[in-house]
Design a binder for this molecule. Structure first.
Ligand code: NDP
Length: 330
């Protein structure tokens, strides 16, 4: 079985040399253990943070060891009565083709008719992130005009669709014509190709002439500045991610117009999805309804084979993905 290890810590943009493809023997499962063959693994922007040797809400990846991340696999052998051969399971044992782990580290997956890999995207962590950020952190309320950056990605595309399902006007920003076309397909009222816009704030205001009430930030930097400029009185900003800064080698400039927060009485709040797991049951209920009504759909960008995993990960930073970036393993 093969796995991907981090062998050196990147400075700036990670490179293929930071990773190593290794072959290992997968042991027989011992007492209480389960042997799983992974079908799908996810690559996510937050993994860039785990490549740095700094203290954060998750510990750094250890050099010379297989990386970690979400995966869906199938049980091949089990010494834990809670799991049977053939069961689908979710784990954090991504970046490897197969593994043995105590049953307690696995979550049995009831797909309820969805493809299993959806639980790494729309029906999994990214989908819950969209739900938490929009409904709890930004406290979406009737009449709000919503601006979403990274709108064609895993989290952003769900944010756009939840806001549309609830009847809001949505402005979405993403890079390139294909992504803009996708945003229109999922009902975004005004789609901005930020790569083609010399003045982002102006482009946002073109779709929301009275300004925005909610900003869902996936990108940071110029997008955050544009949102501050376009914000209306008492706007709420859910600070979810700042992918434009994850590979920065110098401390990035702060939002130059941050002082607008004062006069506009803006509330800006960061969050991590895992500290909001109490919303999961509501999310699962609402999402299944939206999916059955056709109000939430999703796209995947799939690379095949574990050897493609580093490439898939790097592709997140050049916007190679429309919707969720995934690696298909078997
Ligand atoms: P995406 O599927 O959105 O993939 C990343 C996208 O980011 C790319 O497709 C690209 O789209 C865009 N991007 C990359 N570099 C830049 C840049 N320099 N400027 C603008 N856009 C850029 O990833 P996710 O949906 O998984 O994650 C989205 C954000 O949410 C990330 O910031 C992530 O860290 C954050 N996140 C936060 C969580 C939390 O708990 N707070 C949980 C999950 C995710 P484009 O082509 O449009 O540029």
């Amino acid at each position: 079985s093969r796995e991907i290890r981090l062998i050196s810590r990147p400075t700036g943009m990670p490179a293929p040399e930071n990773f190593e493809l290794a072959t290992v023997d997968v042991p027989e499962p011992g007492a209480g253990e389960v042997l799983v063959r992974n079908l799908w693994m996810t690559v996510d922007p937050y993994m860039r943070g785990r490549m740095n040797d700094v203290k954060s809400y998750v510990p750094p990846f250890r050099l010379g060891e297989a990386m970690e991340g979400g995966a869906v696999g199938r049980v091949e052998a089990s010494n834990d009565p809670a799991f049977q051969q053939g069961d689908l399971v979710l784990s954090m044992k991504g970046w490897r083709e197969a593994f043995v782990a105590p049953g307690g580290q696995l979550e049995k997956l009831d797909t309820q008719g969805l493809p299993p890999q959806a639980f790494l995207g729309v029906a999994g962590m990214p989908g819950l992130t969209a739900y938490v950020g929009l409904l709890r952190i930004a406290a979406l309320k009737e009449g709000d005009v919503v601006f979403v950056s990274g709108a064609a990605g895993a989290v952003g595309s769900v944010v756009c669709q939840i806001a549309k399902a609830k009847g809001h006007k949505v402005v979405g920003s993403a890079g390139g014509a294909e992504k803009v076309a996708f945003l229109k397909e999922i009902g975004v009222d005004h789609a901005v190709d930020y790569k083609a816009e010399p003045n982002l704030a102006k482009a946002v205001l073109a779709g929301a002439p009275d300004g925005i009430d909610v900003y869902f930030d996936n990108v940071g930097g110029e997008h955050l500045e544009a949102a501050l400029t376009a914000a209306r009185f008492k706007a709420r900003f859910a600070i979810c991610g700042m992918i434009s800064q994850y590979n920065a080698t110098e401390p990035p400039a702060g939002p130059r117009n941050l002082a607008l927060m004062i006069g506009k009485n803006i509330r800006m709040e960061g969050f991590i999805v895992s500290f909001n797991a109490d919303m999961k049951a509501d999310f699962v209920r609402d999402l299944s309804q939206w999916v059955s009504e056709g109000k939430v759909t999703w796209r995947e960008t799939v690379k095949e084979g574990i050897e493609q995993a580093p490439d898939a990960f790097l592709g997140l930073f050049s916007g190679e993905n429309l919707g969720k970036m995934l690696v298909k393993l078997a």
